[in-house]
Write a protein that binds this ligand. Structure first.
Ligand code: F3S
Length: 397
C-alpha cells in the first residue's frame, strides 16, 4: 500500500503504541482487500460494545488500546448490553452491569463519545454526502451509504477502533465508485408504508439478494419514504441480504449516478409482501414482551408512541429502545412522562437484541424485521411483526 508520511509516522510509533497497532491492523486489512492507499475518515461508529459480545478477551484488547490511544475523529458507540442509568429497572444483573461499565470506561478513556446507538446519524455523528466513514453497525452502514450517500465499509469492532485512533481507513469496497452501482433491479408494484412494511420489503429483497449472490439492489416504484421507514429498511435488507448499499429511485441521492441495472430484474407485489409478513409471525406465539426502536427510535416515533399511550395503561413488558440524547429530548417534550405513566419503559443505550434477555420472555412483538430475525435466532423468542399501532394494541391487551 502507498502510505503518506503521516501514515508512515503512525506506523513507526510516533503517535503512540495504540495508534501504531491500529495502523498495523488497517494495513493488514488494506492488503487483504488490495487497497491502494488510506483515506481520511470524518467519523467512526464502533460495534461489539455489549459485554455479551466483548467478553474478557475483548475487554483486555480495549484496555490495552486505552493505555495511550486517543481518537482522532468523532467516534460514537453501538448499543451496549444495558441502559446505563436504568439497568436495574430493566432486570439486568449487577455483575453484567459492572463489566459493561468497565468496557464503556475504556472507550471513554480513548475520547470516544459514549452515546450507545445504532442510529448515530440521528444524534450528531451525522456525515454528509460523499464523506468517508468507518462505521460498524450493519443498519447504520447501509443507511449511511444509501440514504446519505456517505461511504463506508462494514467494519468490525477492532478495525473501526483502529480507524478512530488514526483517522484513516483503507480505500477499498464502498469507498470506491466502481463498487457502488446497482446490480439487481427490483420493481416494487405495490404501495409500501410504515416501518414494519419497509422491514418486510427489506426481508424480501434481502432474501433474494442472498439467493442471487448479489449485494446492491436498485429499487424502483417507491413513491415516498420517511427517515424511519428507510432506517427500518436499511436494517432489514442488511440483516437478510448482507446489503450495505441500495439505491431507491427518486429517493436516495446516488440513484441517478450509475446506470440502472437491467440484467437481473425481479418484481414484488402484494402476494410477496403478505407471504414475507406471514413468515415473521409465529402462529403459536404468546406475546409477553413488546419492543419498539430497532433501529433506535427517532423522536418522531417516540412522539407517536406517546400520543397512542396517553391516559392508558399497558399490561405487558414494553420497551422503547433509543439513543440517550433522543430520550433527553423526549423528557423535555413531556413524551417520556406520558409513556412511563402508561407503564412502558425506556431502554436507552441498548436494545432488545443486545441486552442479555434470553429466556426472560416467551414471545416478542416488534415493528422491525431485523428484531424478528435476532429475536428468533439469538433470544429464541416466538415473534410477531406489526405496525407501531398494532404493537401498542398488543401491549394494552
Ligand atoms: Fe439497533 Fe439493536 Fe436493532 S443495535 S438495529 S436496535 S438490533
Amino acid at each position: 500500500m502507498k502510505l503518506t508520511r503521516e501514515d508512515q509516522e503512525i506506523l513507526n510509533g510516533k503517535h503512540g503504541k495504540a495508534a501504531k497497532k491500529s495502523m498495523e491492523i488497517l494495513i493488514t486489512l488494506g492488503e487483504i482487500f488490495d487497497a491502494e492507499d488510506m483515506v481520511d475518515v470524518v467519523g467512526v461508529q464502533i460495534a461489539g460494545v455489549s459485554y455479551d459480545n466483548l467478553g474478557e478477551a475483548g475487554l483486555e484488547f480495549l484496555s490495552e488500546m486505552a493505555d495511550d490511544g486517543k481518537v482522532k475523529v468523532l467516534t460514537t458507540l453501538n448499543p451496549a448490553g444495558m441502559d446505563r442509568e436504568n439497568w436495574q429497572v430493566l432486570g439486568i444483573d449487577k455483575e453484567f452491569a459492572y463489566n459493561q461499565n468497565r468496557a464503556i470506561e475504556a472507550f471513554a478513556k480513548m475520547g470516544i463519545i459514549t452515546t450507545c446507538s445504532c442510529t448515530p446519524y440521528l444524534i450528531g455523528n451525522s456525515p454528509h454526502y460523499g464523506q468517508h466513514l468507518a462505521w460498524a453497525e450493519s443498519s447504520a452502514v447501509c443507511y449511511a451509504n444509501s440514504v446519505i450517500g456517505a461511504r463506508t465499509n462494514r467494519e468490525g469492532g477492532p478495525s473501526a477502533l483502529a480507524s478512530a485512533l488514526t483517522g484513516k481507513t483503507p480505500r477499498y469496497g464502498y469507498h470506491l465508485d466502481e463498487n457502488r452501482h446497482g446490480e439487481v433491479l427490483v420493481n416494487v408494484n405495490v404501495s409500501v408504508t410504515g416501518t414494519d412494511e419497509f422491514g418486510v420489503l427489506g426481508k424480501i429483497i434481502g432474501d433474494r439478494l442472498g439467493d442471487l449472490g448479489k449485494k446492491i439492489p436498485y429499487i424502483a416504484g417507491m413513491s415516498s419514504a420517511t427517515i424511519e421507514e428507510l432506517k427500518s429498511f436499511s436494517a432489514s435488507v442488511a440483516t437478510y441480504g448482507g446489503a450495505a448499499l441500495f439505491h431507491m429511485e427518486n429517493i436516495t441521492p446516488e440513484c441517478d449516478k450509475y446506470p440502472k441495472p437491467h440484467e437481473i430484474v425481479f418484481d414484488i407485489g402484494q402476494v410477496d409482501l403478505d407471504k414475507a409478513r406471514s413468515e415473521l409471525i409465529d402462529d403459536d406465539g404468546e406475546i409477553d414482551f413488546v419492543s419498539i426502536g430497532c433501529p433506535h427510535a427517532s423522536i418522531h416515533e417516540i412522539a407517536t408512541i406517546a400520543k397512542l399511550l396517553e391516559g392508558k395503561r399497558i399490561k405487558k413488558e414494553f420497551w422503547i429502545t433509543t439513543a440517550r440524547p433522543t430520550k433527553k429530548i423526549a423528557d423535555e417534550a413531556g413524551f417520556s412522562k406520558i409513556i412511563e405513566d402508561a407503564g412502558a419503559k425506556f431502554a436507552a443505550d441498548t436494545c432488545c437484541v443486545v441486552a442479555p434477555i434470553k429466556g426472560r420472555f416467551k414471545g416478542m412483538m416488534v415493528d422491525s424485521a431485523k428484531a424478528c430475525y435476532y429475536g428468533r435466532a439469538k433470544n429464541k423468542f416466538k415473534i410477531k411483526i406489526g405496525s407501531i399501532e398494532e404493537c401498542i394494541e398488543e401491549a394494552l391487551k
